[in-house]
Design a protein around this ligand. Structure first.
Ligand SMILES: *Cc1c(COP(=O)(O)O)cnc(C)c1O
Length: 365
């Protein structure tokens, strides 16, 4: 069986270093808001070329905290609109509704699966306050055009960077391209913890300060609460683990690129649409997503041949029961994507033989 993602194998590589890191935290007797988090925040900020990083409990919280902080700063208020791609993972949209803001869903481009920049201006109203781009599947969604629109209309540009840690646009890393970025260290992400984790990265010192405060009960000084806060902290053990893995993230992403390049060069089947690559350094291949008309049939065929695949994602947010008021809306490109996409196995630990086998089986389909 070729696993979709062999997390055990990925993390086993670091077993000795992890044990050392966890031992250090155990011996320190300090489990939250300590030196491990400080060190990791410094290193992850530097990795993203951002001035500030705030470790938080998960990726959804990272996005929620950014929006809450903007509200606290008076830059957004209840009912203001945030433009977001209709085909994103639901977390991006949940962050917007959870903070009493209004998601305005915009179709992605069919080739990149990222927000269709040419549709943004039509979606802007007097209540629009931000564009949230999502670097979906690991491909950078930022470009000069989206930045230009945000500047022209005075909108914040927020990145959902959960899937693209390490992707680059014209020499600049995701996580520092917009005004603020939220990322996730969910175990399956390119930089994954042994549990939940997330971070906000930004070049805006005031925003970072508010996010840090809100994430810690709205308190800078213990038992003195400035804001209506929440509890969303990255813990010391996860930070220590992430710091170990951060050292290898560029190599891991490079290995993902090699797998993707082989798939791209060797999969030749008229029934299958391969991913469109905007630029090689702009993609870190969190997922290798193909499209085909009879997706479920292809998935079954691959399963019969002992290749595990997943669908990212089977139901678009506007078709979810959680958002039943949107169920009547139509987003044809988004719906087509959800009906046709299939994610092939990809990871830094996939072997050459496994890649060859996947290629051979798909070409025989
Ligand atoms: C994983 C993910 C999130 C949420 O991260 P969690 O850590 O699971 O809360 C948000 N947005 C996108 C695009 C994701 O893939």
């Amino acid at each position: 069986m070729i696993k979709f993602l062999d997390l055990q194998k990925i993390n086993q590589q670091h077993s000795d270093e992890f044990k050392k890191a966890i031992g250090r935290v155990l011996d320190s007797g300090w489990y939250l808001l300590g030196n491990e988090v400080k060190q990791f925040e410094k290193n992850f900020a530097s990795f993203c070329q951002a001035d500030h990083c705030v470790g938080v409990a998960n990726g959804l919280d990272a996005l929620i905290l950014i929006l809450k902080a903007y509200k606290i700063q008076g830059l957004m208020k209840d009912g203001d609109e945030i433009i977001v791609p209709a085909n994103t993972y639901i977390a991006s949209i949940l962050a917007i509704t959870a903070t009493n803001l209004k998601p305005v869903l915009v179709e992605p481009a069919l080739n990149t699966y990222n927000l269709d920049t040419s549709l943004i201006e039509k979606a802007i109203t007097p209540r629009t306050k931000a564009v949230m781009i999502v670097h979906l599947y690991g491909q950078c969604a930022y470009n000069d055009k989206v930045k230009e629109i945000c500047d022209q209309y005075g909108l914040k540009l927020i990145e959902d960077n959960a899937q693209a840690q390490g992707a680059v646009y014209k020499g600049k890393k995701t996580g520092s391209l917009g005004d603020a970025a939220g990322t996730s260290f969910y175990p399956g992400k390119n930089l994954g913890a042994l549990g939940d984790g997330g971070a906000v990265t930004t070049n805006d010192p005031e925003l970072a300060e508010v996010v840090r405060t809100v994430a810690n009960y709205g308190s800078k000084v213990k038992y003195v609460n400035e804001y209506l806060g929440q509890n969303s902290r990255l813990d010391e053990i996860q930070a220590a683990i992430l710091d170990v893995k951060l050292g290898q993230l560029n190599d891991d992403n490079q290995r993902r690129r090699e797998v993707a390049n082989r798939y791209h060069a060797k999969i030749k089947n008229p029934k299958i649409v391969l991913p469109h690559i905007v630029s090689p350094e702009g993609h870190v291949w969190h997922l290798f997503v193909i499209r085909t008309e009879n997706r479920d049939q292809l998935q079954q065929y691959l399963a019969d041949n002992k290749i595990q695949t997943l669908v990212h994602y089977p139901i678009p947010p506007h078709k979810q029961t959680a958002y039943k008021e949107w169920n009547v809306q139509r987003f044809p490109i988004t719906e087509k994507i959800h009906n046709e996409v299939l994610s092939l196995p990809i990871s830094p630990v996939l072997t050459e033989d496994e890649v060859s086998y996947v290629i051979e089986i798909i070409n025989r389909y």
